[in-house]
Design a protein around this ligand. Structure first.
Ligand code: SAH
Ligand code: SF4
Length: 393
C-alpha cells in the first residue's frame, strides 16, 4: 500500500488498497466497500450482501482471521476468498504492563512504521487509547508526540486493527453461541487520544469508528467513544454529523496569547472560533457534554485567574473539565503543577457548577501516560518551519 500523503484536508484512499502480494485486507473496509470487494472477486451480485454480512460477523464479532474456519461458507468459496483477501491486524511488536495494570502495545503497520496503543483498566470500565497518525503535524509544547516527525495517516484498517489486537490480547472475542453482553466488557470504551490529530485524518477515523460502533460487530456505543482534538474547527461540525461520538478538546489555556504557544493550531483557529464550534456540537451530535482537557503546567496556565477565566469562557456549553497533571518526558520544557495548585484550580471550577475530575496518571512507569507516546523508530525531530507548513499555519 502506498503511504497516504499528509494534508490537513481529507485524502481519499485508493478504492481498494492492495498489499504487495496483490491481496486486499478486508479489515477497515466499510460495509459497502466490503460488498464491492466481494463482487470484484467474483461473488454474484445477488449474494454479495449476504456474504458481506457473514464475513462482517466473522471478522468483527468473532475476531476470526482464517477464512478456512468460516464454516457457514462453502469450502470452494472460502478458498476463493483466501486467494483474493486477507484479514490482517497490525503486528504487535511489544507489550509492556505497568505496575497499575495499564498495558502498552507497540504495533507495526505497513511501511515498518510503529504506533502505540494503551489499555487502561478501571473498576467500572476498560478504556483503549488508540492512535490516528504516526506522529503528529502539530507541535503542542507539552506533548511528546509533537516532537516526532509525522510519517503518515493511519488507514481505517490500521485504526480499527488497534482495537482488534487489544481484544486478541484480552481474549475478548465471544465463543460461538455466547452473547457478547454476557460478561462485563474488558474493553468497553475507546478514546482517540493516542498519537496524532484525529481530525487531520477525518475519513479514516470516521470509517474506523463506524466499524467499531456497528451493532453486528465490535458494537461499542457512540457514547463510549471519545475523540480528542486540539481544535480543528472546520471538522468539528462534520464530526457531529458523520461520527456522532463524544468530543474532547485540548483546551489548555484561557487566553489566545498562552494558547498560541501551547497549542499552536490556535494561531489558525483561536479560542473564540473554537468555542463557537463547540457550542454547536452537543445538539448536532445529540451528545451530552464536551470534555475540556486542561493540562496543568506549573506557572504557565494554572493560576486561580485562569480557572475563573475558563469558567467564563465555557459558560453555556454543557461541559466537564478534565484536569490532566502534566506527564513528564525526556527534555520536556514544562513542569507539573503542584498538587495544591491543581486542587485549588479544580475547586474554582467545581464551585462554578462543572465536574472537574483530576485525571490520575496511568502507566507512567512504562511511558504510557497522556502525551508520553512516541515510537522509538521515528526519533527524527522535525523543524518548526516544516511543522507549520504541514499544518497550514
Ligand atoms: N491530538 C489530539 C489527541 C491526542 S493527545 C489532541 O491534541 O487532543 C490526548 C490528550 O493528551 C490531549 O488533551 C493532550 O493535550 C494531552 N497531552 C499531551 N501531552 C501531554 C502531557 N505531556 N501530559 C499530559 N497530557 C498531555
Ligand atoms: Fe498532536 Fe495532540 Fe500532541 Fe498536540 S497534543 S502535538 S495535537 S498529539
Amino acid at each position: 500500500m502506498t503511504d497516504t500523503p499528509i494534508t490537513p484536508d481529507v485524502t481519499a484512499l485508493p478504492r481498494l488498497p492492495k498489499r504487495a502480494d496483490g491481496k486486499v485486507n478486508l479489515v477497515g473496509l466499510t460495509r459497502p466497500r466490503l460488498r464491492e470487494a466481494l463482487i470484484a472477486a467474483g461473488t454474484p451480485e445477488k449474494q454479495a450482501k449476504m456474504r458481506a454480512d457473514q464475513l462482517w460477523q466473522w471478522i468483527y464479532q468473532r475476531g476470526e482471521a482464517d477464512f478456512a474456519a468460516m464454516t457457514n461458507l462453502a469450502k470452494a468459496y472460502r478458498a476463493t476468498l483466501a486467494e483474493h483477501f486477507v484479514i490482517e491486524r497490525p503486528e504487535v511488536v511489544s507489550k509492556q504492563v505497568s505496575a497499575d495494570g495499564t498495558r502498552k502495545y507497540l504495533v507495526r503497520i505497513s511501511g515498518g512504521h510503529e504506533v502505540e496503543v494503551v489499555y487502561i483498566p478501571e473498576e467500572d470500565r476498560g478504556t483503549l487509547c488508540i492512535s490516528s497518525q504516526v506522529g503528529c503535524t502539530l507541535t503542542c509544547s507539552f506533548c511528546h508526540t509533537g516532537t516526532q516527525k509525522l510519517v503518515r495517516n493511519l488507514t481505517a484498517g490500521e485504526i480499527v486493527g488497534q482495537i482488534m489486537v487489544a481484544r486478541d490480547d484480552l481474549d475478548e472475542w465471544p465463543n460461538p453461541g455466547e452473547g457478547s453482553d454476557l460478561r462485563p466488557r474488558l474493553l468497553s470504551n475507546i478514546v482517540l487520544m493516542g498519537m496524532g490529530e484525529p481530525l487531520y485524518n477525518f475519513e479514516n477515523v470516521r470509517d474506523a469508528m463506524k466499524i467499531a460502533m456497528d451493532p453486528e460487530g465490535i458494537s461499542l456505543s457512540r457514547r463510549r467513544i471519545t475523540l480528542s482534538t486540539s481544535g480543528v474547527v472546520p471538522e468539528i461540525a462534520r464530526t457531529a454529523q458523520e461520527i456522532g461520538c463524544q468530543l474532547a478538546v485540548s483546551f489548555h489555556a484561557t487566553t489566545d496569547e498562552v494558547r498560541d504557544k501551547l497549542v499552536p493550531i490556535n494561531r489558525k483557529w483561536p479560542i473564540a472560533a473554537l468555542l463557537d464550534a463547540l457550542r454547536a456540537y452537543p445538539k448536532a451530535s445529540n451528545s451530552e457534554r464536551i470534555t475540556f482537557e486542561y493540562v496543568m503546567l506549573k506557572g504557565v496556565n494554572d493560576s486561580d485567574a485562569d480557572a475563573r477565566r475558563l469558567v467564563q469562557l465555557i459558560r453555556g456549553i454543557p461541559a466537564k473539565i478534565n484536569l490532566i497533571p502534566f506527564n513528564e518526558w525526556p527534555g520536556a520544557p514544562h513542569e507539573r503543577s503542584d498538587w495544591e495548585r491543581i486542587e485549588s484550580f479544580a475547586d474554582i471550577i467545581y464551585k462554578a457548577g462543572y465536574a472537574s475530575p483530576i485525571r490520575t496518571p496511568r502507566g507512567e512507569d512504562i511511558m504510557a501516560a497522556c502525551g508520553q507516546l512516541k515510537s522509538a523508530t521515528e526519533r527524527a525531530r522535525k523543524s518548526r518551519a516544516q511543522v507549520e507548513a504541514d499544518a497550514g499555519l
